[in-house]
Design a protein around this ligand. Structure first.
Ligand SMILES: Cc1cc2nc3c(=O)[nH]c(=O)nc-3n(C[C@H](O)[C@H](O)[C@H](O)COP(=O)(O)OP(=O)(O)OC[C@H]3O[C@@H](n4cnc5c(N)ncnc54)[C@H](O)[C@@H]3O)c2cc1C
Length: 420
């Protein structure tokens, strides 16, 4: 097999990268043992948020004080498999430290903003070129709902940082919230709407449609797992796969939570872990009870979105080996939250799913040329913001492959930040 560029992984990051490269006239082979956007990918089952305002890392000053409460709460948002704790502890400490001061939070926020700004518009443009404009709603806005204003005030730092970056955040009082979200439980009496944010209507279909579109531009999907590289004198000769070698001039590592081994072979050791998340989706049409605008339920740490095919509730952070089997009790917790927040929705029949957020401890991806093999590009580790950031990440990866000047400064996303 031969290609100009091998893109490793056909989740949303690989799909967007393949689109950009194929549009530049390069012959692309997209390698993934699973179907593009299939259930094995985080991109299949995320919460569909195009949240250009998700600029702060998951950690925040003082968050460590809440960890014991979350871990001991049977309905809590966080769980850690005890057997995995010794291995993951250094990563966890870095994760908590990444948001430990206001200064760190502000720095990360301005860096992530450069990656996320205008994301709904950028997605709408890609979706239109791919012939699926209906899969992106760039004007939906997104809403964070609170039981009362005190919950919002407890999150004040994050909102202040967003406003400092020019993000409009509209406060909504109880009566207005009840009018805007008539199905929402009356327990929620305050909200913040972010008008600039948008929503994908079907993340799995979006990913598959982008790969289909790249194929109309000459790309192909190879059902294989990449297992390494063949290089000579630091120059890439081929990507080795379970179906044989693909001779190529360049390769992009975009296999989500499974990227660390290949990245190390290409010269960069990165502390990549998976934050496992779950969803439940009640399938049905637009008559289902649910949100008008997608909501983040702040006290329960779940997102509830109305998709083309039903109402989805997604959340949970489970720290465990990526190969450990799912703990479906985490999905049951989410089902409980969905039923409580939208009491009119029958949640007894729902599809459950688990996926791996590919997470680096500082909440930012690596988008960079590899150190050890020329023409290998890293584009992975997008954590909680992989869908929203994917359109620009794919563009940046393609720019690194072709030698164009990257659209934004990539210094904050260098693999070198993890070198000791
Ligand atoms: C519950 C949940 C909710 C989320 N909600 C949101 C949200 O609302 N908004 C948002 O922006 N983000 C959200 N995310 C995060 C987002 O889904 C991920 O960051 C994003 O999907 C990662 O995309 P990816 O392409 O890097 O990885 P993936 O989608 O996981 O794709 C990786 C692909 O690589 C393949 N692969 C693995 N190893 C190899 C190999 N060796 N060779 C070839 N292929 C390989 C896999 O089969 C897979 O198809 C959420 C995640 C979860 C779990």
């Amino acid at each position: 097999m031969k290609a100009d560029v091998t893109v490793i992984g056909a989740g949303i990051i690989g799909a967007q990268t393949a689109v950009q490269l194929a549009e530049r006239g390069l012959k692309v082979l997209l390698v993934d043992p699973g179907p593009p956007g299939g259930e094995q990918a985080a991109s299949f089952g995320n919460a569909a948020w195009l949240s250009s305002h998700s600029v702060t890392p998951p950690s925040a000053p003082g968050i460590w004080k809440q960890v014991p409460r979350w871990l001991s709460d049977p309905l809590g948002p966080l769980s850690i498999r005890p057997a995995y704790l010794p291995k993951v502890l250094p990563w966890l400490l870095r994760y908590l430290a990444s948001g430990s001061t206001e200064e760190k939070l502000r720095k990360t926020a301005s860096e992530l903003r450069s990656l996320l700004k205008d994301a709904p518009r950028v997605h709408a443009e890609v979706a239109a070129r791919a012939g699926v404009p209906e899969l992106i709603n760039a004007e939906s806005g997104l809403m964070h709902v609170y039981r009362d204003k005190s919950g919002y005030e407890a999150d004040a730092l994050g909102w202040r940082i967003r406003r400092e970056l020019g993000i409009v955040c509209e406060e909504i009082e109880a009566d207005e919230l009840a009018r805007l979200q008539p199905d929402l439980s009356g327990d929620y009496r305050f909200a913040v709407n972010v008008p600039e944010a948008g929503q994908c209507m079907n993340p799995a279909a979006y990913c598959a449609a982008l790969v289909d579109y790249s194929q109309t531009r000459g790309a192909s999907h190879v059902a294989a797992r990449a297992v390494g590289f063949r290089s000579e004198g630091g120059k890439l000769m081929a990507v080795r796969t379970t179906q044989g070698e693909i001779a190529c001039d360049a390769a992009v590592i975009s296999c989500g939570a499974r990227s660390a081994g290949l990245a190390a072979e290409a010269g960069d050791r990165v502390p990549l872990e998976s934050e496992r998340g779950y969803h439940v989706t009640v399938e049905g049409g637009s008559d289902l009870t649910g949100p008008t605008t997608s909501v983040m339920v702040s006290d329960r740490k779940v997102v509830i979105s109305r998709l083309a095919s039903g109402v989805r509730c997604a959340g949970q952070v489970e720290i465990a080996s990526p190969d450990a089997s799912p703990d479906w009790r985490r999905a049951e917790i989410i089902r409980t939250h969905l039923g409580a927040v939208f009491p009119g929705l029958d949640v007894s029949e729902a599809r459950v799913w688990m996926g791996l957020r590919p997470s680096l401890p500082d909440g930012k991806p690596v988008i960079a040329a590899a150190r050890g093999i020329s023409s290998v590009v890293h584009c992975f580790g997008h954590g909680h913001v992989g869908l929203v950031s994917s359109a620009r990440s794919g563009l940046l990866a393609a720019q690194l492959v072709t030698g164009e000047t990257p659209e934004i400064d990539l210094t904050p996303f260098a693999a070198a930040r993890f070198r000791r």
